[in-house]
Design a protein around this ligand. Structure first.
Ligand code: ATP
Ligand code: MG
Length: 440
C-alpha cells in the first residue's frame, strides 16, 4: 500500500501562532490568555476616554501607503508585502501600519462631517523585516487616533491614556517604560532645519555610511534614524530641529509638557526622536524599555496634521499612536509581572458515567450563576481525573458520585488547601453556594 502520510506544513517565517497557555510553545511568545487580558484592559481604558472602536481592511491599495507614509521610508522602500491581484491586476499591500487605512476610511466616509472623532482599532500588521525577538513579519498593534483635534490637549490626553494603560497592566512608568518626547515642528521649520542638516552632513560626507549617503539625497532626516553605531557621534553633533521652531510650535510643545508635568508624568525631551513615517509634525513620542534589546520601543505616536489632506480629505489635524502588542506582552513576561489567572474556579470530577446527565444539569446552573467550571470529559479513573483537576489550576473539585446524587448532593473538595475538609452541598440550593464558589 502506498504511504499516504502527508508532510506537515509550517507557518510562514516571522508569523506566529498565538497559542493557549497549556500548549507547549517553542516560540517564546506570551500565551493567548495574556492577549485576551490585554484586550480586555485596553477596551476598558479606551471606553473611559470616550474612544470608539472601528475595523478597517487588512489589504489596502499599495498607493495608499506610498502616498501616506512617504516613498523614501523604510516601510515603503523595503518592508511592504505588496502583490498584484491575479484576478484583476490591482496593486495591493498587506497593511504595514494602521493610520493610513483609518484615514482612508474616514475620508471615504466623510467621517469628520459632524466634528472630530476619537477612535481605536487593534489587529495584525505586516512588515518584511528580519525576524527576531520583538520583531516579526506579522505583528499586532493597538492603534488609537484622534482626528480633527488641533490642540496640544489631545496630544497630552493620548499620552496620559497610555500611562493609565501601563498602570492597569502593572507597568510602572519611569521604571519599566520611559517616555521620550520631541516636537517635529511644522513643514517650513523642518525645511529650514533640513537645509542646515544637509549642509552639515555634506561637510562630513566622508563619514557617512552607504545608507546615509543615499538618504542625504532623498531624505536627510532619516539619517538621524540610523541604527549604525559608527554613525552615532556624527548624528549627536548635528543641528537640532528645536533651534528652528517658531513661536506657535514652541507654545504647542510647552502646553503638552505643562500638562504632563502637572500630571506628574516624567519624560525625557529627546531632540533626536524622529519617527519612521513622513507624516508626523509637532508632538511625537515613544515609550521605550531597555528590557527588549534593540526592539525597545513598545509604543510610538504623534501628530500628523497634513495626512488627511494628503490622502484626499478636507484638511484636518490629527494625532495618534501605535502600540506593539507582542513587545508589550514580552515586556510584561520578562518583568514577571502578576497577571490574572485564566484557570476555572472549579473542576467537575465524575465518579461514573451514570452521573453525567445530572452533573451536567448542575454545571449548567453554576455557569448561569457566573461560576467558571470545567467538566471532566472522556471518562477515566479517579486518580487520572484528579490529576487533570489539579493541572487545570482550579481552586475546587466538585465530585459527582451516584450515592451523593441519590441524596441530592455533590461533594466539594479544595484542591489548594488540604486543611479545608470536604463537604457536601445541596443540589437544590445551587444559587446559594454558587456565590461562594465565584469568590472563595
Ligand atoms: P522599530 O524602530 O522598532 O522598527 P517602528 O518605528 O518601525 O519600530 P512603528 O511604525 O512606530 O514602529 O510601530 C509602532 C509600534 O509597533 C512599535 O513601537 C513597535 O512596538 C511595534 N512594531 C513595529 N514593527 C514591529 C515588528 N516588525 N514586530 C513587532 N512589533 C513591531
Ligand atoms: Mg521599523
Amino acid at each position: 500500500m502506498a504511504d499516504t502520510k502527508q508532510a506537515a506544513l509550517q507557518a510562514v517565517k516571522g508569523m506566529n501562532d498565538i497559542l493557549p497557555a497549556s500548549v507547549p510553545r517553542t516560540e517564546k511568545l506570551p500565551d493567548a490568555g495574556l492577549w485576551l487580558w490585554f484586550e480586555t484592559t485596553v477596551r476598558s481604558v479606551l471606553a473611559r476616554y470616550g474612544y470608539q472602536y472601528l475595523l478597517t481592511p487588512i489589504v489596502e491599495p499599495t498607493a495608499l501607503f506610498v502616498r501616506g507614509l512617504g516613498e523614501v521610508t523604510d516601510i515603503v522602500e523595503k518592508e511592504m508585502y505588496s502583490f498584484t491581484d491575479a484576478m484583476n491586476g490591482d496593486r495591493l499591500t498587506l497593511r504595514p501600519e494602521a493610520t493610513a487605512g483609518i484615514v482612508r476610511a474616514m475620508v471615504e466616509h466623510n467621517a469628520l462631517y459632524n466634528g472630530p472623532l476619537r477612535i481605536w482599532t487593534l489587529g495584525p500588521m505586516f512588515r518584511h523585516e528580519k525576524p527576531q525577538k520583538g520583531r516579526y513579519r506579522q505583528f499586532h498593534q493597538l492603534d488609537v487616533e484622534a482626528l480633527g483635534f488641533a490642540g496640544p490637549d489631545v496630544d497630552a490626553e493620548l499620552i496620559l491614556m497610555t500611562r493609565l494603560l501601563w498602570r492597569e497592566l502593572g507597568l510602572v512608568e519611569g521604571e519599566h517604560v520611559r517616555l521620550e518626547l520631541n516636537s517635529l515642528g511644522q513643514p517650513d521649520e523642518r525645511r529650514a532645519h533640513r537645509e542646515a542638516l544637509v549642509a552639515y552632513f555634506e561637510q562630513h560626507a566622508a563619514a557617512l555610511d552607504e545608507d546615509s549617503k543615499r538618504r542625504l539625497l532623498s531624505n536627510p532626516l532619516r539619517i538621524l534614524d540610523s541604527k549604525n553605531p559608527a554613525m552615532q557621534s556624527l548624528i549627536e553633533a548635528a543641528p537640532t530641529l528645536m533651534d528652528f521652531l517658531g513661536e506657535a510650535s514652541l507654545a504647542h510643545f510647552d502646553t503638552v509638557r505643562a500638562i504632563l508635568d502637572a500630571a506628574g508624568l516624567p519624560y525625557r525631551v529627546n531632540p533626536r526622536l524622529v519617527r519612521g513615517m513622513d507624516y508626523y509634525n509637532l508632538t511625537v513620542f515613544e515609550w521605550v524599555t531597555d528590557q527588549l534589546g534593540s526592539q525597545g520601543t513598545v509604543c510610538g505616536g504623534g501628530r500628523y496634521d497634513g495626512l488627511i489632506e494628503q490622502l484626499g480629505g478636507k484638511p484636518a489635524p490629527a494625532v495618534g499612536f501605535g502600540l506593539g502588542i507582542e513587545r508589550l506582552l514580552l515586556l510584561i513576561q520578562a518583568l514577571e509581572l502578576p497577571v490574572p489567572s485564566a484557570a476555572p474556579r472549579a473542576y467537575a470530577v465524575l465518579m461514573s458515567p451514570a452521573v453525567l446527565p445530572q452533573a451536567m444539569v448542575t454545571l449548567q446552573a453554576l455557569r448561569a450563576a457566573g461560576v467558571s467550571v470545567q467538566m471532566h470529559a472522556g471518562g477515566g479513573g479517579m486518580k487520572a481525573q484528579f490529576k487533570k483537576a489539579d493541572a487545570s489550576g482550579a481552586a475546587w473539585a466538585l465530585i459527582f458520585g451516584e450515592s451523593e446524587l441519590a441524596a441530592g448532593e455533590v461533594a466539594l473538595k479544595s484542591l489548594r488547601d488540604p486543611a479545608v475538609t470536604q463537604r457536601n452541598l445541596s443540589l437544590s440550593g445551587v444559587s446559594e453556594w454558587a456565590a461562594e464558589l465565584r469568590n472563595a
